[in-house]
Unconditional design. Structure first.
Length: 163
């Protein structure tokens, strides 16, 4: 199945309930939250999206960079399974940064070979499929922006799970 990225809109109480859980309980609780809350699953596109937005893999996120934060979150809850959170009050700069992304320029710069050379997950970056790969990345970007707008408007925090 591979490593997937899932974003869950959560209330203040739900977020607070996650903070002190052990790894197994945390994963169980996240599964329950996924069934009950607004969820965005961008599948395996998370590392490719992080790379085209920041120039580096999500494995080494950038501190205080809203585009990096948009993909991997801000506050680490569990390093082993990579679960992080973004507070509702932290969404406006992330949304603003995503809104400023020039998709036309990103597409012009998109080079699947570069992602292959940098070992960006998943290992699917084939030049022959450049247009369809970029279309998947663009769709993930637009869905993420829409999701963050909904979270901001509905006074929700975000839990990011990449596992």
């Amino acid at each position: 199945m591979g490593i997937q990225a899932c974003y869950i809109a959560v209330s203040e109480n739900e977020l607070n309930g996650l903070i002190d859980l052990d790894a197994e309980s945390l994963l169980d609780e996240l599964e329950e939250l996924e069934e009950e809350n607004d969820v965005l699953d961008i599948g395996k596109m998370w590392d490719g999206l992080h790379f085209i937005l920041t120039g580096i893999t999500a494995s080494t996120p950038l501190e205080d960079d809203p585009l990096s934060d948009a993909i991997v979150g801000i506050h680490i809850i569990d390093e082993e399974n990579f679960i992080a959170a973004i507070g509702n009050n932290e969404l406006p700069p992330i949304i603003a940064a995503l809104e400023k992304v020039d998709i036309t320029a990103l597409k012009a710069q998109f080079n699947p070979q570069q992602l292959t050379d940098e070992e960006i997950y998943p290992y699917i970056w084939n030049v022959e499929h450049q247009d369809s790969l970029f279309a998947e990345l663009e769709q993930a970007l637009l869905q993420l922006l829409d999701f963050y707008r909904r979270c901001l408007n509905n006074d929700k925090h975000v839990v990011v799970g990449i596992y």
